[in-house]
Design a protein around this ligand. Sequence first.
Ligand code: ATP
Length: 284
Amino acid sequence: MPDTSAPAVEIAGLVMRYGDKVAVDGLSLTVERGSITAVLGPNGAGKTTTLETCEGFRKPQGGRVRVLGLDPVAQRRELLPRIGVMLQSGGAWSGVRAEEMLRHVAKLHADPLPVDMLVERLGLGDCGKTPYRRLSGGQQQRLGLAMAVVGRPELVFVDEPTAGMDPAARRTTWELLQELRTDGVTIVLTTHYLDEAERLADMVHIIDRGTLIASGSPEELTRGSSATVRLVVDRELEPSASDALRASISDWSAAHGVDVQSISFGSRTLEDVFLHLTGRELES
Ligand SMILES: Nc1ncnc2c1ncn2[C@@H]1O[C@H](COP(=O)(O)OP(=O)(O)OP(=O)(O)O)[C@@H](O)[C@H]1O
């Protein structure tokens, strides 16, 4: 019987190397069931390597990984029917037509989602007869996502799901991921897009150089401390208004003996969080 009480993913002290290069350096994190969890980090942070280890494509060189309570390498046959995987690229034969590929994958599953519904939902109708190699990058991504979810998995791993997509395709993809979560599917995605993590994820794990540097909901991570005052107004301020505000705050602070360390207009974002923690920009 599957263990339904175990977290969706448990990673404890994971170490992964390529030769001398340490790609994942003692990473520990947990993914709760039914959540959308984003693993956020810059290029080369170790996101894909971590995902590939969870998917059973790589064996941990140190530490322990459990997915739905199972060892992804030793219990791969048991795990595979319960997870969906969207790779960063590829995953289909170059000459196969998009819809044909999806129907083929659907047939591998006991109770697949209706292919027509997925084709329609992901806007793949126009390119259903197009060979895979002629699809645009965004279309290949959407087909990859459809292939990952067609088997009604409990847990889906998606690597950079919207990389290279136009804004409309990104929105469609986000909506589909949110619908899956509503249906109880757990989603683990990697991204280096801050807005994607902020808009979509219930939980964000920020990793850098193979190590976890912060975890929390987007609200928790961007909240700041009680020493941070955030003023939200209902319209854009003209430059003169922010000058006047600055002057008033400065007068008030002087009168109350408060030392204002910084005033910023606009909110703290995950980019600020990353910069604060690492001293580097995420999307450089
Ligand atoms: N097959 C490989 N051989 C050697 N080094 C590798 C290999 N795959 C990844 N690396 C290195 O391991 C580190 C982590 O790579 P990984 O792809 O896991 O990071 P990532 O966070 O997914 O990056 P990206 O956003 O660019 O995909 C990087 O320094 C990368 O260059």
